[in-house]
Design a protein around this ligand. Structure first.
Ligand code: UFG
Length: 336
């Protein structure tokens, strides 16, 4: 079976490609290298011993997509490509709406033209908005999002539902990720954001490796056990495996829209993550307490029971594994 993976050289995309190859799927990657590096392709080969066909194209370029579909008999598509920085989306909303929506609509149009109707979409827990409860269950549905990035995810979920309502042959899986961190145990692939990181684990890595001086812990007066923000961190390899399970499900169960939370179900605070990182890696992470970051919620985590029941999927890796693997990747790639 041939799977087209958009954004397949990015953080979650590359780990998913590895899991697909290890499960004997054939993979075709399309990636414009906006936020990823070409050497990831070789690293995927090193890990799996398998070849992946690669197109350096932008998913916003419909002609390029048409060519890819003409040259390959694609069965299913996993769509990761998109802009993902929350802060940047607030200063450049048109860029975010244009890129994330146009790429997805193009892709769905070309799929429809080619009668390919199996689709997996990278959504996010951010679509729940601020529901007034910490445990997020799929049935709660989409809430009011707080930034344009999140709104693109929410809008695309709506587009996918409308598409299925117009044509019941589509098999669509919407995967709502919580906070992916960690890296492949080989240390070859992981997350390497451009510039100063926004997210917690990439920032911890820069401080631990002395590239940045100090981590700002955004608020210690939240109504949480230690006052710092609580999130559901998920190892990227567990998350990648969730995509393979979702793919098996849509292929087996056929048409429908299937929505799943992919998280561990367990909340971890900023300070817990920092302390675990220091303990398992034997390194110091300098931090100071700073003001709350606007828009942050105190605490949320997944109810992952639907994914367990319907996909037979659950997270296997611990917060210790996430901290160890993240640091291992950082140490291996510090000079790149
Ligand atoms: N944090 C800090 N210092 C930092 C960075 C983060 O204290 O330098 C704290 C935040 O306040 C929060 C926690 O660490 O409590 C996690 O923050 P991240 O920025 O790593 O992640 P978010 O939970 O804010 O957002 C992430 C993704 C979004 C996605 C969302 C889905 O970045 O893309 O999860 O739940 F939409």
């Amino acid at each position: 079976m041939k799977i087209l993976v958009t954004g397949g050289l990015g953080f979650i995309g590359s780990h998913t490609v590895v899991e697909l190859l290890e499960n004997n799927y054939e993979v075709i990657i399309v990636d414009n290298l906006y936020n990823s590096k070409i050497d990831v392709l070789d690293k995927i080969k090193k890990i799996t011993g398998k070849e992946t066909k690669f197109y350096q194209d932008d998913v916003c370029n419909k002609m390029a997509l048409e060519k890819i579909f003409k040259e390959n008999k694609i069965d299913s598509v996993i769509h990761f490509a998109g802009y993902k920085a929350v802060g940047e989306s607030c200063s450049k909303p048109l860029m975010y709406y244009h890129n994330n929506l146009m790429s997805t609509i193009n892709l769905l149009e070309v799929m429809k033209e080619n009668n390919v109707k199996n689709f997996i979409f990278s959504s996010s827990a951010t679509i729940y908005g601020n529901p007034g409860t910490s445990k997020y269950v799929e049935e709660m549905g989409r809430g009011k999002t707080t930034n344009p990035y999140g709104t693109t995810k929410s809008m695309i979920e709506q587009i996918l539902e409308d598409l299925y309502n117009s044509d019941n042959e589509w098999s669509i899986s919407i995967l709502r990720y919580f906070n992916p961190i960690g890296a492949h145990s080989s240390g070859l692939i992981g997350e390497s954001p451009n510039g100063i990181p926004n997210n917690l684990m990439p920032y911890i890595l820069k401080v631990a490796s002395k590239q940045l001086e100090v981590l700002n812990v955004f608020g210690n007066d939240y109504p949480t056990p230690d006052g710092t923000g609580v999130r559901d961190y998920i190892h990227v390899v567990d998350l990648a495996k969730g995509h393979v399970s979702a793919l098996n499900k849509i292929v087996k169960s056929g048409a429908g829209v299937y929505v799943y939370n992919l998280g561990s179900g367990k909340g971890v605070s900023v300070l817990e993550l920092v302390n675990t990182f220091e303990r398992v890696n034997g390194v110091k992470v300098n931090y100071r307490i700073a003001d709350r970051r606007p828009g942050d919620l105190a605490e949320y985590y997944a109810d992952p029971s639907k994914a367990l029941k319907e996909l037979g999927w659950k997270t296997e890796k611990t917060v210790e594994d996430m901290c160890r693997d993240s640091w291992n990747f950082m140490k291996n790639n510090i000079n790149e």
